[in-house]
Design a protein around this ligand. Structure first.
Ligand code: HEM
Length: 126
């Protein structure tokens, strides 16, 4: 289950980088925030790749019959989370209002975690 480990590692890292970028922007440390933001963009690609592989393997596996719809909802919500992180950071860089994006981020993150860990059958835990 290398893909699943890489998936969980990459989105965990991404959320840490996202929060760190936000805190640095709040302290007006633009330059280091830029570096973390750009690293996170690379991590986004890893999340998309591993998530894409997982959803492809879902379509090929027997679980597809029972969990296909939930897996698609989870995957779409995952893609949306990436967009939300990107939009939020860009808005913060511009000093524009971003509270609504953060509210959406928290709500969608809870949905994704509940579906990923709570509902969907594949997991990285033994
Ligand atoms: C920040 C974005 C994302 C977060 C926080 C996230 C979170 C998770 C979590 C918590 C799991 C379950 C891990 C486990 O049970 O051990 C998971 C699995 C999965 N993710 Fe993501 N994910 C994200 C992005 C994506 C994307 C972009 C896709 C698809 C394009 C995707 C597709 C999947 C699939 C198909 C699974 C397997 C479901 C299962 O557990 O049976 N994820 N993800």
């Amino acid at each position: 289950m290398f893909n699943m480990h890489l998936h969980v590692t990459s989105w965990s890292l991404s959320i840490i980088l996202f929060i760190a970028t936000w805190l640095l922007l709040k302290q007006n440390k633009q330059q280091i925030a830029n570096v973390l933001h750009n690293i996170n963009r690379i991590v986004f690609l890893v999340i998309l790749y591993t998530g894409g592989m997982l959803i492809y393997r879902y379509t090929q596996a027997p679980v597809w019959d029972n969990y296909g719809v939930e897996a698609i909802v989870k995957a779409l919500a995952g893609v949306y989370l990436i967009f939300l992180m990107e939009w939020f950071v860009i808005r913060n860089k511009k000093g524009a209002a971003s509270r609504g994006l953060m509210v959406q981020f928290v709500v969608v993150l809870v949905i994704v975690l509940v579906l990923g860990f709570g509902r969907l059958p594949w997991g990285f835990l033994p």
